[in-house]
Design a protein around this ligand. Structure first.
Ligand code: OGA
Ligand code: NI
Length: 349
């Protein structure tokens, strides 16, 4: 544990010791990654008047990619920069201060940790090249009082930005509902009155050799919807599309929207939970914020009834979100696709 917070305020950069080095099979093979310009990623202009057209574009992007970018989203640039800078300053706090602020359990107000991957061969845990500050968030209530007081401005900036993002995510859920031919409040309602809400600050120091490790492991987000943005647009996020890794370029003043496992289940597989990872950067530090919105722990999740008919059989069985998370924890480090456990097998003819 003592080692976990040693990084960022050290003037000496962390060294790429064996605890971070992936096996050859798990290494990112950066030369094989497709550039963002050869596979253009969907961009949704949210200034449009025509909600139905916007919903259609969002549905098409969620079906084909499970990811899109939004521009003209109405969130003031200043609100984003202040929040992201406060998160970067948090990671730059002296290790002993971060250690004091860090908790240990999943639903703690704030906990700082690193992801790891299991090496299949020798069952070794390999640390990812990042630190994660997982914290509470609420789209409308005042949650910021529970956040750290230091660095200065952390509570205020994250609190204000969290509310802006709540509005944007609510609007996106309406458009995602309309895109499935559902009533606009349908998806948000399905996620319940006490949804699972977390905000992650991710910190990736410059890495001496990005070919040897990863910033975040290959994963799908286990929630319904995630919004992500990176300070100064430092690249690193990649998605798996048609079995190839594609680099996601962050457009200026845009947010990246990821479809998570629960939206794939609710939409009965129409929307795709995007498989993604983060690679490291040799020269630049990277700070990203990810806001997650999932079902309440006791909500039952399954394909929405009106999407099921003679032609569309259910692809998933229903489950409680807390049981999904238990499966998720069981897979820790192995990174099997958790949603596969809830997939219904095609019945024999
Ligand atoms: C995540 C995630 C992407 C990024 O936090 O789940 O995928 O760009 N983050 O940091
Ligand atoms: Ni993710």
């Amino acid at each position: 544990m003592a080692d976990d917070f040693r990084w960022t305020s050290d003037s000496s950069r962390p060294s790429l010791t064996s605890e971070f080095i992936l096996s050859t099979e798990q290494a990112p093979r950066l030369s094989e990654v497709i550039s963002p310009y050869s596979v253009p990623l969907p961009t949704i202009d949210m200034a449009g008047e025509d909600e139905a057209a916007m919903a259609e574009q969002i549905a098409a992007a969620s079906t084909e990619f499970g990811l899109f970018r939004v521009i003209n989203h109405r969130i003031p640039e200043e609100a984003w920069v202040s929040a992201a800078t406060a998160v970067r300053d948090f990671f730059l706090l002296p290790p002993e201060v971060k250690r004091r602020l860090a908790g240990g359990r999943t639903m703690d107000k704030l906990k700082v940790y690193r992801y790891f991957l299991k090496d299949w061969e020798d069952e070794r845990d390999i640390s990812m090249w990042s630190e994660v500050a997982s914290q509470i968030w609420h789209p409308t209530d005042d949650f910021a009082g529970a956040l750290p007081e230091i660095p200065s401005g952390y509570r205020e900036h994250l609190g204000a930005f969290g509310k802006d993002l709540g509005l944007l995510m609510t609007r996106l859920m309406s458009l995602l509902s309309i895109g499935l031919g559902l009533e606009e409040s349908c998806i948000k309602r399905k996620l319940g009155h006490q949804p699972f809400l977390r905000c992650h600050g991710n910190y990736f120091p410059p890495c001496p050799n990005p070919e040897l490790t990863l910033g975040l492991p290959i994963h799908c987000d286990s929630v319904a919807l995630s919004l992500i943005r990176t300070l100064d647009d430092v690249p690193g996020l990649q998605i798996l599309k048609d079995k190839q890794w594609v680099a996601v370029d962050q457009l200026a003043n845009s947010f990246i929207v990821n479809i998570g496992d629960q939206l794939e289940v609710l939409s009965n597989g129409r929307y795709k939970s995007v498989v993604h990872r983060v690679v490291t950067n040799e020269t630049r530090e990277r700070v990203s914020l990810a806001f997650f919105w999932g079902p309440g722990l006791n909500e039952s999740v399954g394909p929405i009834a009106s999407l099921i008919d003679e032609q569309h059989h259910p692809v998933y069985r229903s489950f409680l979100f807390k049981d999904f998370l238990i499966e998720h924890d069981k897979q820790a480090g192995k990174r099997k696709r958790v949603k596969e456990i809830f997939q219904l097998q095609p019945t024999a003819p």
